[in-house]
Design a protein around this ligand. Sequence first.
Ligand SMILES: [Zn+2]
Ligand SMILES: [Zn+2]
Length: 176
Amino acid sequence: QQQRTQAKMDTMEVPNYGTVVVCPYNNAHQILAERLQKHLVKCRRQYPNAKITCPFNNAHHIPEQELKLHTKTCPDRGQMESFKYAIASTPAPPPQAAVYVRSDGTTVLATAPPVEDVKQDDDENWDDMDAPAYNPAKYCANNLIIRKATHKTAAEKRQFYEDERVRHEMLKKGNA
Ligand SMILES: [Zn+2]
Ligand SMILES: [Zn+2]
C-alpha cells in the first residue's frame, strides 16, 4: 500500500495505553504521544523532506511533513498570538519588571520605581522626594542620622555597636 506521505496528523485515545499519534511520515506508525519526538528523530531520516520555516518562529525549520504537527505544538505559537494581540490593543511593549529597593530597605517587584507616598508614619523619607533612584551610600549615610532606634536595620545595629565600642574605648582612654 504505497500511500502518499501525508501531512495529516491524527491522535486517538487508546484505553489503558495512552494518546496515540499517527506519525506524519507514515500513517502505519502509531506512536505514543510521549514517544513521538524520539520517533520523529529516527523517522525523519528515512524520508527526505524539504524544510519549511515555522510560521511562529523563523528560527524553526520544520520538515514539510511535520509542519502541521509542529504548528500545533510550537512553543512560540502562544507568544505570537499574544504578540499580535498586544500590537492590536497597546502599541507600547510591556515594561520589564525589576526589583526596586524602597527607602525602608524592603524590596518590591514592579515595572516602575515604587512611588513612596507621604502617608509614612514618620518624617524619615524626606530624602526620597528628590532622590527616586536607590543610592546605597546616600541611604546609609542618611539612615545613620535620621533612623530612630526602634527602626534600626541590621547594618545600623552593627554601626551602633561599632560606635559604642569606639565610645567605650575613648572613655577608657579618658579614664587612664
Ligand atoms: Zn514514523
Ligand atoms: Zn515553531
